[in-house]
Design a protein around this ligand. Structure first.
Ligand code: GUN
Length: 283
């Protein structure tokens, strides 16, 4: 049996259609959802991500603003822009694309975004809300993954869930979302001993390590749902994930492709958070 392919392209298109309808209703009622994306410097990958976010806003008829700042932008200048966006009623969501140039401190910048406009859910207030299970914004990549797991038909309750990676953007919030859905969650990382033994227990395996084709067939339980968060380059420079797709696909129960898996879901979830923020502002 071949694994079920969990297409983020298809699922995100469905989600975006729903969001577009809801956004049109909110716009007709007087509030057009608005997203401001801030990019500092010219990291090529960040430029692509930002362009995709703008494209999604256009598709869904959201208001959008892009603020592309030079690499030598000072902390004071960036904070001033965030202040302005915090107070702008047209803007419901503010996203500062990471990574920032090294002279800018992510924490200071993110802490300056009003929590109710922090559609990335990176502000400590929103991170804390996720921890206690009482949140408005779900971090975009983990939220998208939860949708793909739902698509697999597997319920999380009682399942062994293993997350490889402990980043603030993916690994940690992912673990919380799985826990909130009653999964038995293990977080693995670069210091984990006997990694293969742990990952082989997983009914749901999420790979967010940033190492090309790191997860091989011998690390996967037959029938597992395998989610690949990686956006890596293989030895030939070709885009690939953290999972050795060709090796793992024949034994997995369901698997996400790279590209076309988690990536498109992340953007759909950003749009969902922006709509949530706009709805709250409308009340
Ligand atoms: N850089 C990589 N992923 C993300 C993300 O989800 N949000 C932001 N703001 N920057 C990123």
């Amino acid at each position: 049996m071949m694994a079920k392919l969990l297409s983020g392209k298809l699922v995100s298109a469905r989600v975006k259609e729903e969001l577009k309808t809801e956004a049109a209703q909110l716009t007709a009622a007087g509030t057009q959802p608005g997203l401001a994306v801030v990019i500092v410097g010219d990291d090529p990958a960040s430029k692509v991500y930002v362009a995709n976010k703008e494209k999604a806003c256009a598709e869904l008829n959201f208001y959008s603003e892009k603020h592309a700042l030079p690499a030598d932008t000072t902390e004071a200048e960036l904070l001033q822009l965030i202040d302005h966006l915090n107070h702008d009623p047209k803007i419901h969501g503010i996203l500062v694309q990471l990574p920032l140039p090294p002279h800018l401190d992510d924490k200071i910048i993110i802490n300056h975004i009003l929590p109710e406009k922090d559609v990335d859910a990176f502000h400590p207030v929103n991170v804390g809300k996720i921890m206690i299970g009482d949140f408005d914004f779900v971090p975009c990549t983990p939220a998208g993954i939860m949708e793909l797991i739902k698509e697999s038909g597997v319920t999380v309750t009682g399942k062994e869930c293993v997350v490889i990676g402990r980043s603030n953007i993916v690994g940690k919030p992912m673990s919380m979302l799985l826990l909130h859905q009653n999964g038995t969650v293990t977080i693995c990382h670069s210091k984990t001993q006997n990694l293969k033994e742990v990952t082989r227990r997983a009914d749901i395996l999420v790979a967010a390590v940033g190492i090309p084709k790191f997860v091989t067939a011998d690390m996967v339980k037959p029938g597992a749902v395998v989610i690949d968060v990686g956006m890596d380059r293989d030895e030939n420079g070709k885009l690939c994930g953290d999972v050795d797709f060709a090796g793992v696909e024949p034994i997995a129960g369901a698997i996400t492709p790279v590209p076309g898996g988690v990536g498109p879901m992340t953007i759909a979830m950003l749009m969902r958070n922006t709509l949530t923020a706009a709805k709250r502002a409308h009340q």
